[in-house]
Design a protein around this ligand. Sequence first.
Ligand code: ADP
Ligand code: MG
Length: 701
Amino acid sequence: MDNLLSQEIKFLPGVGPKRAELLGKELNIFTMEDLLYYFPYKYIDRTKFYKVQEVHGNLPYIQIRGKITEFRLAGGGPSKRLVADFTDETGVLELVWFKGLKWIRQNLKPGKEYILFGKPSLYNNKVNLVHPEIEEAEKQETRLVSSLQAFYNTTEKLKSSYINSRVIQKLQSNLLKQVRGKLSETLPDYLVKKLNLISLPEALLNIHFPENPGLLKKSRMRLKFEELFFIQLNLLKQKNFRKERFHGHPCVKVGEYFNNFYRNNLTFELTEAQKRVLKEIRKDLGSGKQMNRLLQGDVGSGKTLVALMSILIALDNGYQGCLMAPTEVLANQHFQTIQGFLENMDIHIALLTGSTKQTERKEIHKDLQSGQLQILIGTHALIEETVIFNNLGIVIIDEQHRFGVAQRAKLWKKNPRPPHILVMTATPIPRTLAMTLYGDLEVSVINELPPGRKPIKTVHYYDSKRLRLFGFLRKQIEEGRQIYIVYPLIKESEKMDYKDLEDGYESISRDFPPPDYAVSIVHGRMKPEERDIAMRYFISGKTHIMVATTVIEVGVDIRNATVMVIESAERFGLSQLHQLRGRVGRGTDQSYCILMSSVKLTAEAKKRLSVMVRTNDGFEIAEMDLKLRGPGDIEGTQQSGIPFDLKIANLGQDGQILQYARNVAEQILDDDPLLTDKKNLLLVKQIRKLTGRKFDWSAIS
Ligand code: ADP
Ligand code: MG
């Protein structure tokens, strides 16, 4: 059976080489199996027939039965069209074609009974159906039919080559006829029975041609479950495997570095959450197993400090540590921060990024190998082959979403005894997404901000309130505060956006003129040195207002800045708005976030802005972001390195199924940790197939 499914799609009746090429290009359908797993996005009830008299322009897709009484040509030039009158016993409506007129005229017979399917529209106050689907009434029975008709997404290119939803449905029908009775299960019998799932062949048939709504529901459940289940099973199995195999570097003792730091360098009390998380990490480090932990916490919750203290434990046990950030800006900032934290301590620390000079780089490589260099901070230049540690004990990965499972695996492979890994994220990740992206990690959460922080007040103003905004800004500046004004720069290259930014800068400079005020500007097109100077001016308090693009989204921590104004806030996504807001509220003064937008807002934009005004809770915002945008758009899901191209499940909606799938996977692995039991053979096979063996660690053993 597998042979049949892995055959190229061009061999399916109705496809051929030309269509095959298009299907591959446009929908990533290359094999029979790809097609079979190309699922409909909606269904329409085809048991319902409308009467002509009932049809009006606001209806969705309708089905109607009747006869064509007459054809005529109308219009000329590009608006030339073929019109037909279509009647049943209740009235007449018009059918319209702009293309394929000749074919229609030759093949449709007046007086014959047809079933039409289409979306009614109004033209010149008349209801008509443009390019309806047409079928001879008597033929309908002979197809693989179903009362619920499936609809498939297509693309403009496909449609212009006459591959519409209906054609895809026909191809599915052809394919299902071929594979009928030959499809095999992917789940072991005992599981299908225990979980009361419908069989895979039944589910695949009903997902394309539902026999009834009940079976459709069961089919969707089965396929969603299966999709999420295998991801979870794979992740958890890997986790088990690592536990069994990798012993990590035992960091049992807490010594001088940690204690001196705690006693002398830490000027504030750790929050309860920081203490709890540190305890969790210490336990992992001392366990004799390799740590793989995700540290989640909202912006400003103090993760960097926790990371540093974890590194100090590794140092106390004679190991080196490194911290890896996704951008140079962030790596730089971490370096500064950590250097500051470690003042007066005898710890050798360095920064390594793409722009580190060759001579310095050589020095770093040498000191790393000799073990003299204890902490290395940098971008992913750190995991390149040429960088060799003497005794790397712990790796901190910040802003993880750009490092996927694949990159983490690289770290494991690089070292015979892999380092402990702590992945930090400032972007709260919805639970379902975390479970899927980081399902193989233990999770720690810092759910508390350092004391004295007042929740940021957020308001939404329409552009008309600009005067009021400026008044407020003046008052804040009088009180000695500083202000960010951020412009959207969706694509760094977009001229329009730059114009907005520059116009904004000019008008702000006019409204806040010297000598009373100083305004600086920072954006991605400036030279790094210029940007640095502008940043330094702002950091030192020489300028009051910083006009910027989202380059300030990460990497700056200025306590005196209390106001974040976000221009055209409707153009930002929720997570980004939340990240930007996190740039203020870092000190003890009351901070504000002001979302400016035009009056014309889409329903979704309105929703986003109102969520921002309502809550400061990063997790709630992340959940909402996932619901509004869907996981496909959430950063990192593409590079995640797991089969994340979900075909039917939706992490925004299927949280319950996901939890269930994870529970089932856990149960199975409790009983058979590495899936070596014969009864689970099918599961192993399926995991191999889905992951293309890429992460099949058991293949090594
Ligand atoms: P995150 O990395 O989670 O965004 P940071 O580690 O950058 O947060 O911490 C934000 C700011 O709060 C930093 O200036 C840090 O020094 C400070 N900070 C961290 N922990 C505490 C604490 N327990 N009490 C007071 N300030 C803290
Ligand atoms: Mg941080």
